[in-house]
Design a protein around this ligand. Structure first.
Ligand code: DON
Length: 570
């Protein structure tokens, strides 16, 4: 009987929620309680690929109503903050890499900043040793969030009213949505952390375990989103939301202040642009390492006849891993926030420098990271990705993050959103690896107001000056190497998006000195690599790539098979 009552409660509840989804126009196409994951599609007008089917659907509805790819990117990110709380966010930061239909390149940096009270040794004990977990979990791990400022800056390129872009997320938060199996498992996995790091009850724990199909309602987040809808970025950085965030920080020993929030600014950056086998690649510059790494790696690969080696052959993987090793050694030394440290982008990407870096390459034998340091530059320094393309020819790639899954695990009391743990992306001590094993030095040392070095690589590719590909992925330091493989899989190995994304991936990042491979990676290739002197480490999944390829027959769109990622379009 009780079950029956609950069932009816659910049905009537769904009806309320369904009527709320009218914002999408006359068609009621979004049913947050019953939806499907779609992995591939080819669309004539516009396409969206994101980490969650509801977010992709929100994006496509915005496009159908006359919004452009920028509008869709804003609505999708707000929706992801609700339906994909492990990485979608308003408490984190990201990068938008776009090209307008008229050919203008737009790179918006809304990376978090270190709070004004941050200082170089803040994560070290009195003996100078890193305090376990301090930069990863809890209040002190958070940088000043950038996302809402970034979305407000993005709105300058959109066409629809801001309100229309926030409303879908409000409905999803207020009336709830059915969670996926993967989300249920993830929320169950962090239950103890949620109880440990939160000062007030959150929407993310239950007495019993979460199950697929359970409805997640985030009432406090809905109210926060309404303040953002009504007051724009000020609805987040000032007023009640800012107060709730700073109060949360004070309760939990964090250091983000009202002044930090008020001072936060998204910035326009100049993208990294280079050619690869006749294609033009446009990617994100510092404070991401992504665009520079991708440029270094593709330029180092270009002189080699990669295609003739065969996809994922030992010869091809050895070459690319050696290239990755060299680029990542440079990352550790030379890359950081360009407002604090002069990143020698031009030199790192110069043909002369990169040819020099490959002089020590031996096709028969692995190099040794310890013996290979960064090059000498002479000078006068759980994330998610979305790919969107619209009818007019606007291309938008956004990678956004809280850093690790659910960020610091702290939900702002009364405001309902997770805060990031991006401070761990700064180098807490020279040579001490972050959660992704990446090391850094002066270029990425902690300083107040500084943006932490990222690996996020939202990327666009053009062919004959026309849109060719929108691509990107989460995955920490594996991001640039996953984007690299996605691009060479299409350009060199002639794969279509589905195949290009699903192919088993590998990754080398200089230190630790080894090649990581996915479980599905061919065993005989692993043995051949070991014979060349590589240490090969099998690990979990690498990346969740979302790719749109502009083909004559339409926008060939693929979402990664590795998660709940889903495409939509029309
Ligand atoms: O900015 C970065 O490079 C990292 N904070 C990204 C984190 C990430 O990709 C986690 N996802 N799996």
């Amino acid at each position: 009987m009780k079950q029956l009552l609950l069932f009816f409660a659910f049905i009537s509840f769904s009806a309320v929620a369904m009527s709320q989804s009218k914002y999408v126009g006359k068609e009621k196409v979004i049913d947050p309680f019953s939806y499907r994951i779609t992995k591939t599609g080819t669309y004539q007008n516009a396409a969206v690929a994101t980490a969650h089917p509801l977010a992709s659907e929100v994006g496509v509805q915005v496009l159908k109503r006359g919004g452009n790819a920028f509008d869709a990117a804003i609505a999708v990110q707000f929706a992801l903050a609700v339906v994909y709380p492990q990485a979608g966010n308003i408490g984190g930061g990201g990068f938008l890499m776009a090209r307008t239909a008229a050919g203008k390149q737009v790179a918006i940096d809304y990376r978090e900043t270190a709070p004004a009270k941050a200082y170089r040794d803040m994560y070290l004990d009195k003996d100078g040793k890193p305090v376990e977990g301090l930069s990863v979990n809890g209040h002190l791990a958070s940088g000043v969030p950038g996302t809402v400022a970034g979305l407000a800056a993005t709105a300058a390129y959109g066409r629809l009213p801001w309100k229309d872009l926030v409303d879908p997320a409000i409905s999803l938060a207020q009336y709830g949505f059915a969670i996926t199996k993967e989300e249920a498992a993830n929320l169950n996995a962090i239950k103890q952390d949620l109880l440990k790091y939160n000062t007030m009850p959150t929407a993310f724990t239950k007495d019993r375990k979460w199950m697929e199909g359970d409805v997640l309602i985030q009432a406090e987040l809905a109210e926060t989103l309404k303040r953002i809808r009504d007051h724009g970025a000020k609805g987040f950085y000032e007023g009640k939301t800012a107060r709730l965030l700073t109060e949360e920080m004070q309760r939990g020993g964090g250091i983000i202040s009202a002044e930090d929030l008020k001072a936060y600014k998204a910035k326009h950056r100049k993208p990294v642009v280079f050619s690869y086998r006749g294609y033009e690649v446009i990617s994100f510059p510092a404070p991401s390492s992504g665009g520079i790494l991708l440029g270094q790696m593709l330029k180092m690969a270009e002189p080699f006849p990669l295609q003739s080696y065969g996809h994922n052959s030992a010869k091809a993987v050895h070459l690319l891993a050696e290239i990755e090793r060299r680029a990542y050694a440079d990352r550790a030394e030379y890359m950081g926030d360009p407002d604090f440290y002069k990143v020698p982008e031009k030199e790192l990407l110069s043909a002369k420098y990169l040819t020099g870096r490959m002089k020590t390459f031996d096709s028969r034998k692995a190099s040794v990271s310890k013996e290979m340091q960064h090059g000498n530059v002479y000078e006068s320094d759980q994330t998610t990705h979305l790919s969107i393309a619209d009818k007019a020819g606007n291309m938008v790639a956004v990678t956004t993050t809280l850093n690790t899954s659910y960020g610091s695990k702290v939900v702002v009391g009364g405001a309902g959103f997770f805060t990031n743990n991006e401070m761990d992306d700064l180098s807490i001590k020279p040579g001490v690896p972050n959660v992704y094993g990446a090391v850094g030095r002066e270029a990425n040392a902690i300083a107040p107001g500084k943006r932490m070095l990222s690996s996020m690589t939202p990327t666009l590719v053009l062919k004959n000056k026309k849109p060719f590909m929108v691509v990107g992925t989460p995955g920490g330091t594996t991001i640039p190497t996953s984007v690299l493989q996605s691009i060479v899989n299409v350009i060199d190995f002639r794969m279509l998006p589905r195949e290009a994304i699903d192919a088993p991936k590998f990754h080398h990042q200089w230190l630790p000195d080894r090649i990581d491979v996915e479980k599905s990676f061919p065993k005989f290739v692993v043995s051949e690599l070991e014979k060349k002197g590589h240490t090969v480490n099998q690990r979990g999944q690498i990346g969740r790539v979302e790719m749109i390829l502009f083909e004559k027959r339409g926008l060939n769109t693929a979402a990664d098979s590795r998660g709940d990622d889903s495409v939509a379009g029309y």
